[in-house]
Design a protein around this ligand. Sequence first.
Ligand SMILES: [Zn+2]
Ligand SMILES: [Zn+2]
Length: 419
Amino acid sequence: MELYIAGGCAEHGRNCFLVKGGRTSFFVDAGLMKDPFRNPYPRLTGEQIGGAGYLFLTHCHADHTGALPFLFKHGFRGKIITTRFTSECLRLKNENLVLIDRLSQPGESVSLGGGLSVLWGRSGHCMGSIWLLVSFMDKKLLFTGDYTEHSQVYKVDKIRGMRADVAVIDCAYGHTGRNGDYNLEAFRNEVADMKTEKRPMLFPVPAHGRGFDVIRELLNQEIPVYADKSLISELMDTKDRGTWLRKRFIRKLRGSVLYTLDRYPVLLPFVKSSRSEEKHRNAAERESESRYFTEELEPGRKINGAMPGRKNGKGAAGILIRDSQLFRFSSRASALELYGEGGITILTGKQLPDSYAKTLLDSELAVFRRLSVHQNADELLLLREKNEFKTIVPFHCGSSLTFDKKNIQVMHPGEILRL
Ligand SMILES: [Zn+2]
Ligand SMILES: [Zn+2]
């Protein structure tokens, strides 16, 4: 049996692994490289793609799923195994779709045919994100997907006491990244300082992921939250919420008011949001969900605290937009407008080299306070300690990563590990 690295090791993006054994082969993830200076697609031949019987998707992010059209184009006709949330995000309508969270519970093994069985758990990274332990031809292979044990929002089934012949483990933050607790503390302090100074904060966040962590911290510090409609809709969607979100966070949401942000780049008009108390929501309200989110509230009124510390009762505000790299013109305008009003942009994730987020940071109009959605090298070593892995392959990490070599193998795209 062999594990082929099609992408995602010694680089960030295009995560894609191919396991081949006997007459069957399967993929784990099919991601796209976001860095504009690199080849965006996984390193694969038509033969490798067409011959694969299965594709597991750990979660919806583009660096794990963006190459799906590429796979279809080159002849992939196998089964796709993922969670309901991920499949809906990607609008997957494939007749070969297998919803793993409908088939089994976390920690429960399920057979998929072809000599393949799988056990999954929640990876703490975003809605619908999972790790996978695949049993295949007497071997066990663990893929953590994007994994963190530090989210205060997403549930995680910690990987403990597990045996695997190979474990492909998230190590996106490498040796230099601080651990999750440290990052969270630094983020909290930044937000608390801004609150004291009554300054508005702009948080550019991805579509699915750490935006909810930001919302939680703001609510905990009693700072009004304004967020893109899509973020609020995802938060209010109760379908799978209990599966992926921690109880304490859901309880917090129920007692909170979130404001839906509308019509960027004009920072000023807002629409009334949602009091997210389930008990107040009857069937009719659910029906008119769109109306629920678009009821006008004093259009043209400034955000409370948008100008720092002038009037009584004005305070800080947290504004979340779904554009983590600030690629949209409207997002850029908003960041500048906010700066002009005494506010600051707070980046919580990695900036791409050609992004406006990076430009803002370099110009000191933004600060970077990471919220961990991945692991650093120490956290990878902790997983090594708490489990029995014959070989560990770090992924999602930069090219310069080195380890003590004991059982950690740093690999590169195009390389093969024989099992
Ligand atoms: Zn991800
Ligand atoms: Zn990723």
